[in-house]
Every structure is written in structure tokens, then in C-alpha cells.
Design a protein around this ligand. Sequence first.
Ligand code: AMP
Length: 361
Amino acid sequence: MRIGVIGAGQLGRMLALAGYPLGMRFMFLDRSDDTPAAALGGNVIGAFDDPASLAELVAGSDILTFEFENVPAPALETLPADPPLWPPASALQYAQDRLHEKNLFAELDIASAPSRPVDDLEGLRGAVAELGLPAVLKTRRLGYDGKGQTVLHKQDDIDAAWEKLGDVPLLLEKFIPFDFEVSLIGVRSSTGETVFYPLTRNHHEDGILRYSLAPFEDVALESQAQSALNAIMSRLGYVGVLTVEFFVSDGRLLANEMAPRVHNSGHWTIEGAVTSQFENHLRAIAGLPLGGTTVTGHSAMINFIGSMPDRREVLALANCHLHDYGKSPRPGRKLGHATAVTATVEARDQALQALRRLNVN
Ligand code: AMP
């Protein structure tokens, strides 16, 4: 079975690492062959919307998927029905535009932070008057890892925020003084079978995921989150892994954003669950039975951002697994991660502290 993957970053790399034991083969489309996934399959080098490159990927694939969200939607509309593309292109269109995503959440009665679309400076002033401050101004498209957003604390911040982001369509969102953040990863196969991983608790620093802890055991929150994902997956005829990130505020979930793909907050599932999110994504899009999502222990996953620690020091820690994506260092860039899986919460917290000490940046 040949899987064609749009994007060849670390998510593509980890998909391939999970797929080879199932007898799958991979071909990646990306703008260069200097990518984390390049060594793991065939490579088509070209823009994501280059018709000839897409045609080459289509010709070499039995199933198409993507590991990168900002694939130009019109390019996907030109793809033939066969090979199938999973998750469906419609999921990508919602995830690519924060306003469409908000509208989807509202349509499905999924609570999220109050927000207003903003198209000009007057509109921004009006939105601030309606929502109050503090508030977060976000670009509707192409924002990730805290990029394309700025927090407004006082009226005087309006002009600077507009100056910083105002040349594209925006969304102003009420600032949520949340207690913490969680995400839920769900998987739906083309046969309709659906499974969920336990909730993951996530810690962001400067808008970028720093570390995740799982399982986060809260039956009430988990069932709220599962209802939200079930609603999204049914509405979109979804196939593959779907991740939704939530703020937890006063015991209530507010959906922050959805990612129609395998997700950084699910990397712990590689060693910390019976079946990883990567393998389950592949099983789902291939119509194979889904694998168990039971945890094998308490997991802590830490991202290495901007620089990698000494690999010997990571590997010297008990129960730790290192993932080096083979990327050249750059500030703010995710270069790798490590996961510790332990028998107790206390041992997990100790492992997290040890990992944090190795890579303080
Ligand atoms: P996003 O790109 O929307 O996922 O935002 C990145 C991170 O910024 C989130 O994980 C939160 O930690 C923070 N953030 C985003 N929106 C809000 C908000 N409305 N209120 C408080 N914090 C936010």
C-alpha cells in the first residue's frame, strides 16, 4: 500500500516510521528534499499547489494524506477522486481559517472563546468595545505556534496591534484566563470505527507547545471533549486522526483550535500507548481495524525547541526515548522531542524535571 503524503516534516517522518511495519510505502511532496521525512520514502520536489508535482504524487499513491495544514485548498480541489484523500479536504478548509473554525464550533454547539472577525481598524475598535480587554488578535489564516497573534491589554495597544497584523483578515478573541490546556486526539476509520486517546494536558510557553502529560484523568472533561470530536467527525465525514485543543476554565472546556492531522500533543502515544497516533492514522485512512489506545504508563513528552540536548544525557535517563528530527537548529524551531513513560505520576514528574534541565531554552 503506497501512502502519498503532502508535506515531509517531522509528522511525515513519524507516519512513515509507523507505517513500514504494516507493509506501507511512502512518497512525500515538499518544496525541498532537505526535510525530516526525505530519507523515509520517495520525494516529489515542488510547491504544494504545483499541478505537475501533485500529479506525480497521485500517480505513485494508493491513498493520499497530509501532514501540513496550509496546503492551498484550490490545489486539493483539482485532485482526482482516486486515490482518496483523507482527512477530507473540507476539514482542512475549516482548520485553515479561524473564522470558519469558530463558525463550525458554533454550529455544533461546541463552546469556544467569544470572538469577532476584524477587517479594518474601525472594526478592531468595535470588536474591542464589544469583547473588552484583554483580548487576542489573531490572523485568520497561516498562524501556528503562537505566530500571527498578539495580545491587547489596553486601548493604547490597538494601533500597534493593527500595525503588526492588519494587512490580512483577522479575528479578535476574548482573552481566556484559563486554568490549563488539554487536547483530545480521536481517530475515525473509513469504516466508521472511532477511538479516542485519553486527554493530554499541555503546557505552552510563548505560544508554542513545551511539554505534554498523559493520561490526564478527568472523566467529566474527557466526555465533553469526546462529544465535541464526535460532532466534528460526523459533520465532516471525517477519516484519520483529528485533534482538538481546549482551554479549561472553571471546569468547562472551550475549544481553541482543531488540527485535522496527527498532532504534537500526541507524540507521547508512540511509546506511551498500545498503538501510536501515527499508526492509527494510517490504519484509519487504509480502512484497517484501529489499534488500542490504552496507555502503557504515565507519559511526559517534552519538545526540544531551538537546540537539541546532548543525546547521551537524554538516553542516560531511565525510560526515556529520544526523537531527533534531523533539522538544522533555528530559534523557535521544533527540532526533536523526548518521551518518558513511567509506572507512577511521581516518576513521570521527576523524568519531566530531568528532561527540562537538559534543554532549558
Ligand atoms: P493558538 O495558535 O490559537 O493555538 O494559540 C497558541 C497559544 O496561545 C494557546 O495554546 C494559548 O496558550 C494561547 N492563547 C491563544 N488564544 C488565547 C486566548 N483567547 N486566551 C488566552 N490564551 C490564548
